[in-house]
Design a protein around this ligand. Sequence first.
Ligand code: FAD
Length: 506
Amino acid sequence: MTVDPQVIIVGSGPAGVSAAWPLVRAGVRVLMLDAATGPVAASPAAESAAAFRADPERWRYQFGGDLAGLAAGGDRSPKFATPLARSVGADYAEALGLQTRGFFAAGALARGGLSTLWGALAAEPPVSDLAEFPGGAAGMRPCFDAVRARIGVPEPTAAAITSEAARRVFARLQGRIAVEPAPNAVLDAPRDGRLACAHTGLCLWGCSRRAIYDAADELPLLRRFATFAYRPGHRVTRLYADGDRHGLEVEAGGARLTFRAGTVLLAAGTIATAALALPRLGLAGRPAPLLTNPAAATAFVVPGLIGAALPDQSFSLGQLFYRLPVEESGIPPWAAAGVLYGGDALPLELIASRLPLSRPVALRLARALAPALVMATCYLPGGFSRNRITVGEGSVSIEGETPPATRRRLRDAVRDLTRAIVPAALPLPGATSILEPGADAHYAGVLPMGGAGPFSSGDLGEIGKGLHVVDGAGLPSLSSTHPTLTIMANATRIGERVAGRVGGTA
Ligand SMILES: Cc1cc2nc3c(=O)[nH]c(=O)nc-3n(C[C@H](O)[C@H](O)[C@H](O)COP(=O)(O)OP(=O)(O)OC[C@H]3O[C@@H](n4cnc5c(N)ncnc54)[C@H](O)[C@@H]3O)c2cc1C
């Protein structure tokens, strides 16, 4: 492609590639700039969970050669302890000049962004949670279908539940709460060079079969279009007006470059997009709201499975997805939502590190507990979060807080989930924790579409003529349902409309 793009997309994560597809299909000249630098950590390639457990070198994959992963636990997804997570997140805080107080900010300057390590739970939120979206749920519906068809989200069936403990919990929950086998963006049949899931249980460390959707896997497909160009190692540091076009200052391998285009789509991930957009709007130094899903984690044990054999085939992403509707006086009805995971695919070291026992005893107990364990997350809608992001000169600061009423709602939701699960499984004493704001890694709503006030964006996430926010930053609300499918559907919607405006010239 010539160096005269009609549209520049910043970022190659789920939002960036979703916006790109309708544009390149319409023949629009697209340049994707991505801060991604080196390769990400390699994924283990064992034939089965049992083979991986027997591999004397597995600790390198699990925790890194320096064992740094063992220290990276805390009340966060075990994914953050993996060498993969540490490799994709390495330069993020430094590049943004990021400072946080009471907030955990995950980010990835990587091909595919955070989808290199996401949990792949790809559920569509209830219609009521899309009411504030431009065009409402009806406007979004075809885009959800298009994204699912593109990335591969098989129809969830009970046969996909690999953990016996999760299977028993599913049997108990059916008819009591809204629960289904987890809708995961994980292939059950090969497509586009990716292989079907073989249930090796190694999902936490990255899938060597590429069965788990990762936006990076779409880049070679997009690059087949003559009108699409991808430049990794190009970090956008500033946006400016350049006549009737948009200018982008870019740092690339120590050099300072500039790019220009009439249309720019910001898909750098909510926090990095805010870092670029707020100064461009003259809003540097002004604290803006940043939505996250207040979250809790808990664990259950199925007594009859304690000491059972660990399975050969397993799966460490979500097994079940549930919703708990809540009626509360004074506010509209809302729902908590979350995922149930089997413990049989988790590293025993991670379970043992949470037991208040000596290491050899804790490891033996972890081995006995693993097949019986079911872990649960519980998310509340973003409206119950209270975080602020402030962008300064080369700096981003985020402050997070979980208000007492939000803590109470989280505890109540975990209590209701527990009541529904017992006696199929029993709560593990002391296992419930309320996560630090941001630990969910579901960031949204800094420049909400269709809102009013200085921080809002237009129906197409537009914050200036031809300058669009297409990632989570533009969401007008954050459902308790995991956000990425919604982010991708919305980016697709905006990409389609922008393609109509810009028109292809190929
Ligand atoms: C452990 C974990 C588990 C998760 N599980 C789930 C789940 O199960 N379901 C779900 O829905 N969501 C999940 N998420 C959230 C999900 O990963 C994000 O919502 C999603 O990746 C956001 O996509 P994005 O394209 O907006 O941004 P990102 O994925 O953050 O991608 C941003 C892109 O922009 C690039 N970039 C950043 N700054 C610049 C810059 N200045 N210049 C140029 N390029 C730049 C990056 O290199 C990257 O390519 C999870 C996240 C984590 C961390």
